[in-house]
Unconditional design. Structure first.
Length: 105
């Protein structure tokens, strides 16, 4: 199964980088456009765009914290956040897209 890896770094925070391993079947064409917009951008540091807003909503753990404009995408990727304390490598997947984004404190 093919996946997309999303890295979300909280810059200047004591939190580790969050990794999301999202099956490509859960990413629509429009989501892919937004991920490309958010790639290599830092929320509240770079000029905000729809991609960054989408990614913030999709990775948010609480639906009530998401702006109503993005309610359809709230927490969409949160279920795919990797628990780094548990083994997650599996021979049955591949990664064909990687996106990096983050937030500056």
């Amino acid at each position: 199964m093919s996946h997309t890896l999303i890295t979300y770094q909280m810059v200047n925070a004591d939190e580790p980088c969050a990794l999301y391993l999202v099956p490509n079947e859960h990413i629509s064409d429009q989501m892919r456009v937004w991920l490309n917009e958010a790639h290599n951008k830092l929320i509240n540091c770079d000029e905000c765009n729809d991609g960054m807003s989408f990614l913030s909503a999709a990775t948010c753990p609480k639906m009530e914290d998401v702006d109503s404009k993005w309610a359809d995408y709230a927490c969409a990727f949160h279920q795919f956040k990797l628990n780094m304390a548990k083994p997650w490598l599996n021979v049955d997947f591949s990664i064909d897209h990687v996106y990096m984004s983050g937030f500056v404190f």
